[in-house]
Ligand binder design. Structure first.
Ligand code: PRT
Ligand code: ZN
Length: 220
């Protein structure tokens, strides 16, 4: 059940790499978005819908809890939020925000596969995703969690390798690191709450999802 009676809520990143494309998708689906009097909430003037503008990290929880009915977030963030509790449902990939969570290390590190990380320290902002990948590979390594600047960890001797998002590879190169393995391929996805909205809004929700699917399909 939606917490706000009578209106659907879509969670989008407030600012950052996904913000503009998320807003574009919403607009291309026919929603006329107008800025409200607070920065956190944009209103849709032609439907009973609000956009909740938040940190991307908060989006999976808001949608899983039904505080928002839909959300747009990177698969990397969604997967990191996986904790055994109720999850938002992935409706469809959106074709933007593509990046890859990679293992990278200085060229001097001998890397012949995940087993080469055995006993090493690996720095990352994605400790849960990395933990699951290491477990699946049967490798025991120490995970050093860093909120940012993961790419400097090897130089500071905080870790021998890192697990970080890569798109162009320029950041790895600038820090003398080479990509060694892929942990997760990611792009932005549309997610929806596991619970239905109030009955009066169910049809609207389905039609918005359908229109977004049309927009994504037309972008091929
Ligand atoms: O403030 P908020 O928490 O909402 O934003 P954020 O700072 O956590 O995320 P943001 O805006 O940087 O990224 C949002 C989402 O965009 C990520 O969760 C990914 O799904 C996606 N994305 C796509 C990326 C990249 N490409 C990317 N390149 N996120 C981060 N990067 C980083 C990368 O880690 C590297 O440090 O950008 C840097 C440059 O990458 P290169 O390879 O092009 O040099
Ligand atoms: Zn974030």
């Amino acid at each position: 059940m939606s917490t706000v009676q009578g209106r659907l809520r879509i969670a989008v990143q407030k600012s950052g790499r996904l913000a503009e494309r998320s807003l574009d998708l919403v607009r291309d689906a026919g929603l006329r978005v107008v800025k409200g009097n607070n920065d956190l909430l944009y209103r849709v003037e032609n439907y009973p819908i609000d956009l909740l503008r938040v940190r991307d990290d908060d989006i999976p929880t808001f949608v899983a809890d039904g505080v928002c009915d839909l959300g747009i977030v990177g698969e990397n963030v969604l997967e990191e939020g996986r904790n055994g509790g109720p999850m938002a449902e992935v409706v469809m990939p959106l074709g933007f925000g593509r990046c890859t969570l990679k293992i990278a290390a200085p060229p001097a590190l001998d890397y012949a596969g995940p087993a080469s990380l055995q006993g090493l320290r690996v720095a990352t902002s994605y400790p849960r995703v990395l933990r699951r990948w290491l477990e699946a590979e049967g490798v025991q390594a120490d995970i050093v969690t860093m909120r940012g600047a993961v790419e400097v960890a090897p130089r500071l001797k905080l870790a021998q390798a890192i697990c970080d998002l890569v798109s162009t590879g320029a950041t790895l190169e600038a820090n003398g690191l080479a990509a060694r393995d892929t942990v997760l391929d990611s792009q932005a996805v549309l997610i929806r709450a596991p619970t239905a909205p109030e009955p009066a809004l169910a049809e609207l929700l389905d039609s918005i999802v359908e229109r977004m699917a049309g927009v994504v399909a037309s972008q091929g």
